[in-house]
Ligand binder design. Structure first.
Ligand code: SAM
Length: 272
């Protein structure tokens, strides 16, 4: 069944408004493949039925549509290079300028938690707690569903082994039947919280390091700029924002400048 153009436009509007996701003409197939399971769960026949419920104002349907259309692809130590850069350059530089020996870190758009737990493993293995350092890692996502998985901290063998070297796996995970559970010393270092980046983040306070990787790529230019400006205002004066290496954000317009020698790294530009 072809999707009625009016229904397609409804999905385009709703997704842009609710999560910033941009859906282009020709992506009807994506709606179909992602939303048919939602239709089944809600007992409606097709996308037309979903659109009807959204028009009638069903908050459950709206939430499920936003969740299903978001891409939650992630992995432990994803892309590896950013974590090497953090260990070798970014974290040592931050630590040189902090007399209070405290770091606040935010994984924005954390999906099912692998990025935040990778940070916790990295910091643990750098041994900075033994040098008197304290760190808080906050991890947020728009999706309740992925946050439940993140908090449960259990991963399939494929998810756990993908990107985690065997010694790290044995140090920080416990095998439980078919799954791998993150050990408490890593799990307890991360706090998860639901947050839509479109709603602003000023109330979270300031951070020394923000990772927002592979999130802005789904937004249109205006949304990208406004979220970036917001992230900038959440950075401490010399704090670092790390985006995905292949992302080309409107950094200057958002008051950010590239951090020399750190791929995907940005710091606050001039002005307040
Ligand atoms: C592709 S994943 C990236 C996960 C992780 N940062 C990484 O790079 O591996 C993108 C995540 O951004 C979240 N997201 C999308 N729109 C969002 C929004 N408006 N506010 C907060 N999170 C959002 C999605 O739910 C998804 O879990």
């Amino acid at each position: 069944m072809n999707l009625h153009p009016q229904d397609f436009l409804l999905f385009v509007d709703v997704l842009r408004r609710e999560s910033g996701l941009v859906l282009d003409p020709g992506q009807e197939y994506l709606l179909k493949s992602r939303l048919m399971p939602v239709a089944d769960r809600h007992g409606v026949d097709n996308l037309e039925g979903i659109a009807r419920e959204i028009r009638m104002g069903s908050p459950d349907m709206l939430r499920d549509v936003v969740e299903a259309m978001s891409t939650h692809e992630t992995s432990f130590f994803r892309d590896l290079l950013p974590f090497r850069q953090l260990q070798d350059k970014v974290l040592p530089a931050l630590m040189r300028t902090r007399d209070d020996k405290a770091l606040r870190i935010w994984s924005a758009g954390c999906a099912s938690g692998q990025e935040a737990y990778s940070l916790a493993m990295l910091l643990h293995d750098m041994g900075i707690a033994h040098q008197g350092w304290k760190y808080d890692i906050l991890a947020t996502d728009i999706s309740h569903q992925v946050l439940e998985k993140a908090k449960a901290a259990r991963y399939t063998a494929f998810e756990a082994q993908r990107g985690v070297p065997a010694p790290t796996l044995l140090r920080h995970f416990t095998r439980m039947d078919e799954q791998w559970a993150v050990k408490p010393h890593i799990r307890d270092a991360v706090k998860f919280r639901q947050l839509n980046l479109l709603d602003g983040a000023g109330h979270l306070g300031r951070f020394d390091l923000i990772l927002c990787r592979n999130v802005l790529i789904y937004f249109d230019a205006a949304t990208r700029l406004s979220v970036l400006s917001d992230l900038r205002s959440c950075l401490n004066r010399d704090g670092v924002l790390l985006l995905g290496a292949a992302e080309t954000p409107p950094a200057e317009a958002a008051g950010l400048k590239l951090l020399d020698g750190v791929m995907g790294g940005y710091v606050r530009g001039g002005g307040e």
